[in-house]
Ligand binder design. Structure first.
Ligand code: NAI
Ligand code: MG
Length: 498
């Protein structure tokens, strides 16, 4: 980190927003928590206090669910013409685009990510997700079914909104996560209670302002800031919520499934990952180095789909590890608002300690540090981009999600694709996998063998139209794409004797 950095000037509108007060959005109004309790949110770049935020608890959850139920059951939203819903969601996208600069600043202050990343990744993707799902409002069809005795009766299916959705989101891409859950729910005709992560509540609150500005009916979107153990748990237990969508840790995913079992709430879970990056000897190695480095160091590794396990063929392993380690040492780590920054701090002291703990455990179990490995400075939560070699499949660093800029690099020396796939598949997770090869046959064969929700070959990113989700303990269901919106519907079969 250099000392004399030029920091981006915070726009006046952002400073004004930061001052607050930050309250809960319930039934179209901003209200304090019933308890009047608040909690602080901090800037990960220096640990300073940004704002005090209303701390919702069970009583507030109850009020928000009541409002969402009314907006759904009495129809201002679920019975609004799909084209009218589409128009409002599109207006929200336009409003977000008009204030993209402010949102990017707020995201950087609250989460720590480089301002440029917020501008070129988080904001455009959020806007596109809204527009993509706005388009689906008018295209949610059932099917007519070819039943076994045609002519005597007729049958068809319809898709109906599932009802009130409780969305619980994480801190790594706060706005993107909030929008990825709100947009398909609204497009399907559901109403929403959203609880953003306690570490990063600000962009969700700012989004709440836009939701009011563009004229969504009261109660259609309610936003409750607060902690997981209180507000989050009260949502998953609430009988007025029909579906819970969650992105976060596998551990909390398990708690949510248990709570949802009480009344069989519908559940979609986007949990952890341990994505393998498999490099074949015929790959374009320079591009593979770039891609592997980007996959683990973007957003300081705080991405569920981060490429955290590198498997490179023995013939290219040294070149790859050298290249990725060199990239690691060149990345400019610093405050998200500094113009030169390529990687920001991690989100909190807790995450910093968790990541450092993983690096230490890797070393204790025999891994070597080829790049990074340490904390940077003593203020803020900065950690060096890190490459570990000598890691074995049984180590914690290879099995568990670190959620930081830490790559475990391993080699293989066989040609048998089944054995390579078996090693790549040998974790409890199954969110993503990345392949680097110029051989189409290898690419297609491996894509079939990998137990992962998303397989990327030689690059490729996130797209609102492409379903995203995990095999195994990486989750239940899919977000984005047609499957993403269908997850917010119930399927009804209608049968009719002729
Ligand atoms: P977390 O799973 O505790 O937090 C995610 C969300 O769940 C937050 O909104 C939180 O308030 C809420 N939550 C927590 N406990 C809850 C409960 N009992 N009932 C309902 N909601 C609850 O994740 P945390 O502790 O912030 O991070 C721990 C690890 O989880 C990370 O190191 C990372 O490995 C993983 N994680 C994965 C994410 C992903 O994108 N898949 C995102 C965030 C964390
Ligand atoms: Mg937690």
């Amino acid at each position: 980190m250099s000392v004399n950095v030029s920091m981006a000037m915070i726009p006046a509108a952002v400073s004004e927003f930061m001052r607050g007060p930050h309250r809960l959005l319930i039934d179209g109004k901003w209200v304090p928590a019933a308890s009047h309790r608040t909690f602080p949110t901090h800037n990960p770049a220096d640990g300073s206090l940004l704002s005090d935020i209303a701390a919702a608890e069970a009583v507030d959850v109850d009020l928000a669910v009541t409002a969402a139920r009314r907006a759904f059951d009495d129809g201002p939203w679920s019975r609004m013409a799909p084209a009218a819903r589409a128009k409002l969601i599109w207006k929200l996208a336009d409003a977000l685009e008009a204030q993209a600069e402010e949102f990017a600043f707020i995201e950087t202050l609250d989460n720590g990510k480089p301002l440029n990343d917020a501008k070129v990744v988080d904001l455009p993707h959020s806007i596109e997700v809204l527009r993509y799902f706005a388009g689906w409002c008018t295209k949610l069809n059932g099917e007519s079914i070819s039943i076994s005795n045609p002519g005597t009766w007729h049958a068809y299916t319809t898709r109906e909104p599932v009802g009130v959705v409780g969305s619980i989101t994480p801190w790594n891409a706060p706005l993107m996560m909030a929008v990825s859950k709100i947009a398909p729910a609204l497009a399907a005709g559901c109403t929403v209670v959203l609880k953003p992560a306690e570490q990063t509540p600000l962009t969700a609150l700012k989004l709440g302002q836009l939701i009011l500005d563009v004229g969504f009916p009261d109660g259609v979107v309610n936003i409750l800031t607060g902690f997981g153990e209180t507000a989050g748990a009260a949502m998953t237990a609430h009988p007025g919520i029909d579906k819970v969508t969650f992105t976060g840790s596998t551990e909390v995913g398990r708690l949510i499934v248990r709570a949802a079992a009480a009344d069989f709430k519908r559940v979609t879970l986007e949990l952890g990952g341990k994505t393998p990056v498999i490099v074949f000897p015929d790959a374009d190695i320079d591009r593979a180095i770039e891609g592997a480095a980007r996959s683990i160091f973007s957003n300081a590794g705080q991405i569920c789909n981060a490429g955290s396990r590198l498997y490179a063929h023995r013939d290219v392993f040294e070149r790859l590890v050298d290249g990725v380690s060199r990239r690691a040492s060149e990345i400019r780590v610093g405050a998200g608002l500094a113009a030169s920054t390529q990687m920001g701090p991690v989100v909190s002291q807790e995450q910093l300690e968790r990541i450092s703990g993983f690096i230490a455990s890797g070393q204790n179990q025999g891994a070597e540090i080829r790049a990074g490995g340490g904390r940077i400075g003593s203020e803020g939560y900065f950690i060096q981009p890190t490459v570990l070699t000598g890691t074995r499949p049984d180590m914690d660093v290879v099995q568990q999600e670190i959620f930081g800029p830490v790559l475990c690099a391993m080699s293989y020396d066989e040609a048998d694709l089944d054995r390579i796939a078996r090693e790549a598949n040998a974790t409890n997770y199954g969110l993503g996998a990345v392949l680097w090869t110029q051989n189409l046959s290898t690419a297609h064969k491996m894509a079939r063998k990998l137990k992962a929700g998303t397989v990327r070959v030689n690059g490729g990113g996130l797209d609102p139209a492409l379903p995203f989700g995990g095999f195994k303990q990486s989750g239940w269901g899919r977000e984005l794409g047609r499957e993403g919106i269908e997850g917010y519907t119930e399927l009804k079969s209608v049968a009719m004797a002729l």
